[in-house]
Ligand binder design. Structure first.
Ligand code: ATP
Ligand code: MG
Length: 571
């Protein structure tokens, strides 16, 4: 491609609402433009990268026997009602009506659509296993679209779905898919971790997220050298070896007047007590039923763990009315001792080891001290109920956990029977008996990968593409187009590289060399061949990788430069 013919509107400054390095660089490099909040246009340079990522993914999906399909974006409400997700998906779902008032949504994910397709055409165990995948636009009305294309409302996803005769077959296929995802991350040049994750709105029993390590990541992951990794919502806390309550001196519970003091911080200051000596008492309503959750004052409750334990479809913080009904006191004075109503009390492991705890007295303006778990109150269950903390150890090996920010680029789920049950996707086994299909689903954010790559690979001058996804592998830069022999040499190298199948960009503009170099650095082409009058007199061209400093460039004889460049690229 010749620069003069390329629609590549680079910018010196990014628009002021660009909120991450990748968003700024993609806009400046002329890869994307913003049409509206969370809605972007892909320009030729951006699309070249997107297509390269897409092809890597396609190759890896085909390698695990996937077959590509293309499903509609416009999906009828009836399908979504079969699984109940028309109701639970909430405001993220773009909904619309046709001229006859029939309701549709724009697909945010395609479990319903694919399960419908497969249940209509797969009858026999002989047709299983089956893996179908697609590249398609997804629509999600995100609460907070941000970070450019990273959290957009319209974006490109690869979604794959596998159908199996039994759990065992899903299990072994899941491992294959897991390896395919790892290869995708490696081919995209990522520093990443595959971590255990919660299943969220997609559902199912088990999932992994593929997290690209970057400060701009919206999620925090906990990981360990031993190989353990989980997103911080899913990360398990070590169960204390035993309780030390028996050894500790136990004083009687004491009621203290704490007028208007509600939070751990306020009461802690008043009593000169550490947060770790508090029991935080939280009230929730799970599927309409109030429950009490207890965590230590210096810990954070993990609502996902509570909900998973309760197995409830919904979990909401209780309102003031419920709090008064259950505790007998207004917000801020709840505690595990003397609750007014009979409710389920779930405590974190750490709470069950406390011997002189402070908590609310279930009485306005009063707290209790010297509370002993097991003596003064008995939880209905003692579980891992808190968020992992930065001081925690790895559940697998006991070494200190490490924490990083991560961008979720992919998510693999063992769905099990969730969709085949509600949508009746069945097959006949060898004995002619009807069975439910066992499913897996595997998403990857194709457009998000492009932004994540830039987050990991950039410097003050611009993007630094890894070769596998670079829009062009080589830039040929004649420093002066007016010089006949410079121009001819550059054009000749350009032509030869093209003939060898290399993606090459010739900067044939009548611009100063400085401007050309700046643009090439901004758009991040991995290798640059510069042809200038001085070097050409000695029959040399200058070769430099994007990640090398200017003084690291080297001279290569003109008649060897094409062969050497090809060798470096194919290395
Ligand atoms: P997130 O937690 O970031 O919202 P998710 O759990 O909703 O992601 P999935 O439903 O698992 O995401 O979708 C599969 C993949 O699609 C994600 O791993 C991510 O790479 C990509 N993705 C999800 N939402 C967006 C979005 N709004 N914009 C761009 N890519 C997205
Ligand atoms: Mg989401």
């Amino acid at each position: 491609m010749k620069f003069s013919q390329l629609f590549l509107p680079t910018l010196r400054e990014a628009p002021s609402d660009a909120d991450t390095v990748s968003a700024r660089l993609m806009l400046r490099a002329g890869m994307i433009r913003k049409l509206a909040s969370g809605i972007y246009e892909w320009l030729p340079l951006g699309l070249r990268v997107l297509r390269k990522v897409e092809n890597i993914i396609r190759e890896e999906m085909n390698a695990v026997r996937g077959q590509e399909v293309w499903l509609p974006l416009l999906l009828p409400k009836e399908l979504w009602e079969e699984t109940g997700r028309w109701g639970v998906y909430g405001k993220e779902l773009f909904r619309l009506k046709d001229r006859k008032d029939a309701e549709f949504c724009l697909g945010p994910t395609h479990e319903e659509a694919i399960t419908d397709l497969v249940r209509r055409d797969v009858r026999s165990y002989r047709q299983l296993p089956l893996m179908l995948y697609q590249f398609g636009t997804k629509f999600r009305d995100e609460i907070r679209p941000r970070f450019g294309i990273m959290r957009a409302r319209e974006f490109l996803m690869k979604d794959a779905y596998s159908f199996h005769a039994d759990e065992k077959d899903l299990e072994s296929y899941y491992q294959e898919m897991f390896s395919a995802y790892k290869r995708i991350c490696e081919r995209c040049g990522f520093t990443y971790r595959a971590v255990e994750a919660t299943t969220g709105a997609i559902g199912g029993s088990f999932s992994h997220e593929f997290m690209v390590l970057a400060e701009a990541g919206e999620e925090e992951i906990a990981w360990c050298e031993c190989g353990y990794g989980a997103n911080s919502e899913k990360a398990e806390c070590v169960k204390p070896a035993g309780s030390n309550i028996a050894d500790a001196p136990q004083k009687p519970v004491q009621e203290i007047h704490t007028p208007g003091l509600r939070s751990v911080a306020e009461v802690g200051k008043f009593l000169a007590a550490e947060p770790a000596s508090f029991i935080k008492t939280m009230l929730y309503v799970a599927d309409g039923v109030p429950v009490v959750a207890l965590v230590r004052g210096d810990h954070e409750i993990n609502e996902a763990k509570l909900q998973a334990y309760l197995g409830s479809a919904t979990l909401l913080l209780a309102n003031e009315k419920t709090i008064i009904e259950v505790t007998g006191a207004p917000t801020g004075f709840a505690g595990p001792v003397n609750l007014k109503a009979k409710v389920k009390v779930i405590a974190d492991y750490a709470v069950s080891c406390m011997s002189a705890a402070v908590s609310g007295a279930n009485k306005q303006d009063y707290h209790l001290t010297n509370i002993v778990a097991g003596r003064d109150f008995t939880p209905d269950a003692i579980i891992d109920l808190r968020m992992v903390a930065h001081t925690d150890a790895c559940v697998k090996c006991g070494k200190p956990l490490q924490f990083s920010r991560g961008i979720e680029v992919g998510h693999t789920f063992k769905l099990g029977l969730k969709y085949s049950t509600s949508m009746k996707a069945v097959y006949l086994d060898a004995a002619g008996k009807e069975n439910l299909m066992v499913m897996g689903c595997y998403g990857i954010g194709v457009s998000r990968i492009v932004a994540a790559t830039i987050e990991q690979r950039n410097d003050e001058n611009g993007i630094i593409w890894p070769l596998n996804v670079a829009p062009f592998a080589v830039a040929v830069v004649p420093v002066n187009m007016a010089d006949e022999s410079v121009r001819r040499t550059a054009e000749d190298i350009y032509r030869q590289l093209r003939e060898r199948g290399i993606d090459v960009l010739l900067d044939d503009r009548d611009e100063r060399a400085g401007i050309k170099f700046k643009d090439m650095d901004l758009i991040g082409i991995p290798y640059r061949i510069t042809i200038g009058e001085k070097n050409l007199k000695n029959n040399n061209g200058e070769f430099k990788a994007r990640w090398e400093k200017n003084d690291q460039s080297r001279l290569i004889p003109i008649d060897a430069i094409v062969a050497e460049t090809v060798a470096i690229i194919n290395r």
